[in-house]
Design a binder for this molecule. Structure first.
Ligand SMILES: Cc1cc2nc3c(=O)[nH]c(=O)nc-3n(C[C@H](O)[C@H](O)[C@H](O)COP(=O)(O)O)c2cc1C
Length: 414
């Protein structure tokens, strides 16, 4: 019976344990989690979502406070279009986050950064360019482009000296999206080094509509693997979404995936950035507690615990401090929804916004509990403590369970 450890992910001549831990913003996939993964020979991700805020927490900078002060006069203004990101700040925050992580790296694995393109930041092209270029400057091993794949993103860093040496990957949910990307990038003569195929059971934003349950990861992966063969492309395909056990992973590796990307099992790792009480909410969740809805202003469906405090919250849009979802014209679907409710309740009290959420503020404060579909199984991966709470696990324990387990078994912690 095969184990994940019988397989290797190859990039050129280098080999890795074929386990990638996916990016989880905002700082849910911490540097500590990514570093553990790399130490164990796999590939970890940090995330650059809201990176100035992450820098403030990690390095005691004051980027968010400074931005809030700068735009203070606009707080009561319904129009947020004047709010822009200082590209120098963005570059410095990214550099700090990446550089500190890469300096601490040990082991044979790699650390990549997850770069969500839907963070349009009222300047989609220039902010994405700075985010990617600064991560490359700071020595990141690779960049995974996700959520909202701009077809021209590789072109934004084509002049960077590391454009051909750093690993660049994309996340897609269909063979069609992959074909489009490859066609659009053909002139650059620079293919992705890996393609993550994310199915409908993943956490975070989904590349599917509300009919997500009609799709199935194994089928999409098979289509992508077949496409690579037909086109004679030697690009590793990495399956993601709902892979809960080592045996699940083996079934994908045997069917032509070069690795798997996993995340949900690591949300209850000690190294994961979620607060301790939120990890307990993940443990106790039942299948009915996990919903896919459309409250994210990005326009993509998102999976979350239905007890997330963000759902129905009517807080004032936090764009003066954050503003990561402002499109290139200074709009965000939450601002529109909030202003609609404000017009109905001009005193500003007891505002409830059901259809959208202020994703920046709530992700920043860990009030939107995004999760994978298999979250309800997390309770079966650990033991209960005498006080009734569930024991969190080390990332090493979870990683090795994926790497060595067989027969659909999950090793409980000692
Ligand atoms: C809490 C959480 C947050 C996530 N955040 C992001 C994100 O910021 N960007 C992204 O590309 N994917 C995100 N994902 C998706 C994961 O990186 C990964 O591809 C997917 O969840 C793997 O499936 P699994 O969770 O069933 O193992 C997130 C997943 C979880 C569970």
């Amino acid at each position: 019976m095969k184990r994940v450890d019988d397989f290797r992910l190859k990039f050129g001549k280098k080999e890795y344990v074929p386990i990638m831990v996916g990016g989880m913003g905002v700082d849910i996939s911490t540097a500590e989690l990514a570093l553990e993964t790399a130490r164990l020979g796999g590939i970890g991700h940090i995330s650059d979502a809201m990176v100035p805020d992450v820098s403030d927490r990690r390095f005691d900078t004051s980027f968010v406070k400074d931005k809030t002060r700068f735009y203070k006069a606009n707080i009561d203004n319904a129009d947020k279009s004047i709010i822009k990101f200082d590209l120098g700040v963005l570059a410095e925050a990214t550099r700090r986050h990446v550089e500190a992580t890469m300096h601490a790296k040990t082991g044979e694995g790699l650390v990549f950064v997850n770069c969500m393109e839907k963070l349009t930041m009222n300047g989609p092209r220039e902010t994405l360019q700075v985010r990617m270029a600064s991560a490359l400057d700071a020595g990141i091993d690779g960049i995974t482009l996700s959520a909202g794949l701009h077809l021209g993103s590789f072109g934004l860093i084509a002049d960077h000296p590391r454009f051909r040496d750093a690993k660049l990957g994309i996340i897609v949910s269909s063979v069609r999206a992959l074909q489009l990307f490859l066609r659009k990038n053909a002139r650059l003569d620079r293919k992705p080094d890996y393609v993550i195929v994310e199915g409908p059971l993943a956490g975070g934003h989904l590349g599917f509509g509300l009919d997500w349950a009609q799709y199935d990861l194994a089928t999409i992966v098979a289509e992508v693997v077949q496409f690579m063969k037909t086109e004679q492309l030697d690009i590793p395909v990495i399956a993601a979404g709902g892979i809960f056990t080592g045996s699940d992973a083996v079934s994908f590796l045997e069917a032509g995936s070069s690795a798997v990307q996993v995340a949900t099992r690591f949300t209850v790792a000690n190294e994961c950035g979620l607060p301790a009480d939120v990890k307990q909410d993940y443990f106790i969740a039942s299948e009915e507690d996990i919903v896919v809805n459309t409250i994210s202003p990005t326009g993509y469906p998102m999976r979350m615990l239905k007890s997330s405090p963000a759902i129905g919250s009517g807080i004032r849009p936090g764009c003066e401090s954050y503003g990561y979802l402002l499109d290139g014209n200074g709009n965000c679907a939450y601002i529109t929804a909030y202003n609609r409710e404000l017009a109905l309740h001009p005193d500003g009290k007891n505002i409830v916004v059901m259809d959208k959420t202020c994703l920046c503020t709530h992700m920043r404060n860990f009030k939107l509990w995004t999760c994978g579909h298999t979250t309800y199984r997390l309770k079966d991966t650990t033991r209960r403590l005498p006080d009734g709470s569930y024991q969190t696990l080390s990332a090493e324990h979870i990683f090795k369970d994926y790497q060595f387990s067989v027969d659909q078994k999950v090793a409980l912690p000692v």
